[in-house]
Ligand binder design. Structure first.
Ligand code: SF4
Ligand code: MG
Length: 321
């Protein structure tokens, strides 16, 4: 299958000025040398705790951040090398859906207008065609067209997120970056919205980068998953393989916290000591070494590279050679 997104050695550092102290600039290494690819029609789930850099990855791909180093290729084109004019068609092809369904719709605009608006901005089609498309999209996410003339405050959080999904589809994108799109919703509503993501993916052969800290959500939607810790990917590969056989001590600890479906199976929950260190002052060597139950001498000194342990399974840990 065609690779649609290639991220190669991506770095995104944010300068942080330490007041007058030595007058030097420190860097927050939010994304620190990560690589992955996504094939057309597939979903990569990007997992990690808050502050690990996963949202920064999404925002950098969509162009909300400039790239510190590395390459992002969309359908073979190096996004970082394009000028504004060359970027314009790509802005249609890649869309993003954010976590908060409340702040992402303009409260003063009717929702039919908000769904149609991207067509106005890109000057696509006649007014009647634009209205038709908005109507179809709303119906596709399970909202009747007669809601077109209502305002965002008349809808629940789950409905608003469906309106956001409809709006993200207006320009027929190929890749959608979903940043915790169901985290703000009631658990009872989450499944409905996730099913809409699945149905739309099949219907339009959409590709998703699905960012979440919710392991069940990611498992349900993803073909591949990548686990991030302090700006790095520590494990990546086929979702079934990694859920069956997690290898990185951080992945193992995260997965040990998922409740089992079978109450007779009692899992040993791995409780990690300490907190995630500040990305402003990350540990030497393996970024996980101060919390790892398997730490060795080498871990403090050498940052492990990702190595292949199976056809589609990589891990970055000195336990695996
Ligand atoms: Fe633990 Fe060392 Fe592996 Fe890091 S490299 S996860 S510290 S065993
Ligand atoms: Mg986030």
């Amino acid at each position: 299958s065609e690779v649609i997104l290639e991220v190669e050695n991506l770095k995104k550092y944010f300068p942080v000025t330490n007041g007058k102290l030595f007058g030097r600039t420190n860097y927050l290494k939010a994304v620190n040398d990560i690589s992955f690819t996504i094939e057309k029609g597939k979903t990569l789930g990007l997992i990690g705790e808050s502050g690990c850099g996963k949202s920064t990855v999404g925002k950098t791909i969509i162009g909300l951040n400039n790239i510190t180093d590395g390459v992002i290729k969309f359908k073979g084109k190096d996004i970082g090398s394009l000028n504004n004019k060359e970027m314009k068609p790509l802005r249609k092809d890649i869309q993003m859906i954010f976590q908060d369904p409340y702040s992402s719709l303009d409260p003063k605009k009717k929702i039919g207008y908000s769904v149609k608006e991207p067509l106005d901005i890109h000057n696509i089609g006649e007014e009647g065609e634009r209205q038709d498309k908005a109507r179809q999209l709303l119906e596709m996410v399970g909202l009747s067209y007669y809601y077109m003339n209502r305002y965002p405050h008349e809808f629940s959080g789950g409905q608003r997120q469906r309106i956001n999904i409809a709006r993200a589809l207006t320009l027929d994108p190929e890749l959608i970056i979903c940043d915790e799109p169901t985290s703000a919703l009631d658990v009872s509503i989450q499944a409905q919205v996730l099913n809409i993501f699945k149905q739309l993916q099949e219907k339009f052969d959409l590709t998703y980068l699905f960012i979440s800290h919710n392991l069940s959500v990611v498992k349900y939607l993803s073909d591949d998953i990548a686990i991030m810790y302090l700006g790095k990917i520590v494990e990546i590969g086929d979702v079934k393989e990694i859920y069956k056989n997690p290898l990185h001590p951080y992945t193992k600890a995260l997965f040990s916290a998922i409740p089992t479906e079978d109450p007779n199976i009692i899992k040993d929950r791995i409780n990690l000591k300490g907190e995630i260190p500040s990305p402003l002052n990350p540990p030497s060597g393996c970024k996980f070494h101060n919390r790892c139950p398997h730490k060795m001498k080498v871990c403090e000194e050498v940052d492990p590279n990702l190595i292949n342990v199976d056809v589609n399974h990589k891990v970055g840990c000195h336990l695996y050679k």
